[in-house]
Design a protein around this ligand. Sequence first.
Ligand code: HEM
Length: 465
Amino acid sequence: MIEEATHTKHAAGDRPPGPAGAFLIGSLSAFRDDPMAFLENNAKTYGDIAFFRFMGLPVYQVNNPDDVRKVLVDPEGIFTKGDILEGFRPLVGTGILLSEGEAHKKKRRMMAPAFHHGRIRAYGDTMVEEALRLRETWHDGEAVDMAEEMNRLTLAIAARTLFGTDVSAREGAAVSAALKAFARWYHQSTHPLGRLLQLFPTEATVAFRQGKRDLSAVVNRMIRARRKGGDAGDILSMLVFAKDAEGDRPRPDSDSAAFSDAEVHDEAITLLVAGHETTGAALAWAFHLLSEHPEAADRLAREVREAIGDRLPTVADLPRLGYVEGVFAEALRFYPAALTLPRQATRDVKLGGYTVPKGSIVLAAAYCTHRDARFFPEPLAFRPERWQEVPRKDRPKMSYFPFGGGARTCIGEAFAWMEGTLVLATLASQFRARSATGHRVEAESLFTVRPKGGLPMVLEARALP
Ligand code: HEM
């Protein structure tokens, strides 16, 4: 919790205070070893803005919504994703996540219709169907790894809604293994000797290369099926059958197509990964928080019962599932998938009263803002009802930004809110999940924030009245 932060203003022109760091590597190891403790300690000790270095590179951590807004909404176009996110490149390639400028705008324009409100609403039934399919495999007293369960579920939902296809158990396992391998490899790449290590066939490198091949095979199978099956109106169809600016014929295989085959492949991987990994983690965290707060779990079940009785939820029920949505919002507040959103300044810029020089890295620290008592009274209390007392739209801008902000804001945000709420309403209304005895839950941030070593839980069917 950030209550004790000093939040003082410092003399303009100075460098903000911050941890001294070690010789040559600066604060890189401290950040890698325990990013959550490192960021939180900076916010507590130094207030709204802290300065440190990663291998000589100047880094500014900003924890104040006004500064976060300047960085993410970026009305003057000063910030780019920059070099610090290049570690994601081997996974997502030319996909939208790391695109910049015109290329980014073009992709965003193209994908927008698939994420339009009306379109997303049509995905609701699939989300509930898949959640029900999972629920039917659950039994009273059964031990599960909730992190795995939620990942499998969100992968199935993403594949059906975005790509119009089912995922076999073998493919699901391949995707999961690939992402685990990527997380290890990514962590290795942030080591002070990361670039050097990548030149050698370390265990992490070999596992990731194999994982990437397997992931590509899954995505290529989906692309082939879509080409063969024709335009189904889903997002994969939009990518595969994209027309170029003249726009009169599909040219997926020609040089002048809106997307080359390689681009379709990278975009599909980006969407498949971004579209399930984050939502899966958030749902797993929601189950963990509910297991620690049984009264909240009961209140969730009561709300669902009162809103819809014993039938399955639909999109039309969402306005009456405010507490359920609050549970998902709290999960994302405590454990935002991205602890910080990194950017690089393309010119000198003022932040928090300091001049941040061109080339500096700026970390918009969602993890800290979300735990700041100025914006969330009793920040460490799990209170889903806080989102009903003060809805998201009425809160200070960028005090809560699990989906980022500005032009790079998550394109799947509306999708994720709907999915999180409908899945929780379907599953947590019928089953409690308790932490397995003896297991200590710990968060680990490799490329998203996940429960370290999974989330072993025991299911308990709720007695229906
Ligand atoms: C709880 C779930 C989710 C969370 C917490 C989340 C978080 C984020 C964040 C923080 C960003 C911005 C990264 C940045 O600015 O550096 C982002 C971007 C993105 N997300 Fe999500 N996301 C979620 C679900 C989804 C879903 C369901 C989809 C697709 C169906 C999706 C697709 C994307 C894409 C394509 C981008 C890149 C957008 C761009 O660069 O223009 N995300 N997400």
